[in-house]
Design a protein around this ligand. Structure first.
Ligand code: ATP
Ligand code: MG
Length: 158
């Protein structure tokens, strides 16, 4: 059975809304046809939770956090955009490796594992993860996943 992504992410967003502080505004936007996606709930949730917790943690002054779900013909794309501290260009390419942290995190705690785990989940689904970021402006992570992946991560959604 394909996964109803609209419902799946709506529930996760509602869960986030209950815990997020008053300085952050969560925006949920959906475009296109998100139907026909086969994939693993656990992997998707890992990706979502890691990216969302980063977006909140690395925007200590608050701001909008926009989750955009886009359904295309043979893939789904989702992005999480914040208005936080951003990531220096020099640090960007290594961030998906375990224990890698950017040089501007100052006193914000973390182990450097969340993105490595997210990347592993995206790979299992045969997808792709990229980022756009500017220091002091914010960060956007973009995940694209094939609707019917060739990866090992699918098959448990029934
Ligand atoms: P944890 O393992 O608890 O998630 P972490 O948040 O430090 O620790 P990752 O989630 O892997 O580890 O992120 C790696 C690094 O990437 C972070 O330490 C931070 O420097 C940078 N980073 C990730 N997301 C953002 C973001 N939204 N804004 C700014 N920097 C980010
Ligand atoms: Mg993290």
């Amino acid at each position: 059975v394909p996964l109803d992504l609209l419902q799946f992410f709506s529930e996760l967003i509602e869960q986030e809304r209950e815990t997020v502080d008053e300085h952050h505004e969560l925006i949920f936007q959906v475009t296109g046809n998100t139907k026909g996606f086969w994939g693993d709930r656990g992997l998707l949730q890992q990706i979502f939770v890691n990216l969302m917790s980063n977006a909140i943690k690395y925007s200590p002054d608050g701001g909008a956090i926009k989750f955009h779900l886009i359904g295309k013909e043979s893939q789904v794309v989702f992005s999480i955009q914040d208005q936080g501290i951003g990531i220096p260009i020099a640090d960007q390419k290594n961030l998906f490796q375990s224990f890698s942290r950017a040089s501007n995190v100052d006193t914000i705690p973390g182990t450097g594992l969340g993105l490595a785990i997210s990347k592993a989940c995206v790979d299992l689904h045969g997808g792709n993860i990229t980022l756009y970021s500017q220091v002091g402006q914010g960060t956007k992570f973009i995940v694209s996943l094939p609707k019917r992946g060739t990866g090992k991560g699918e098959g448990r959604s029934s």
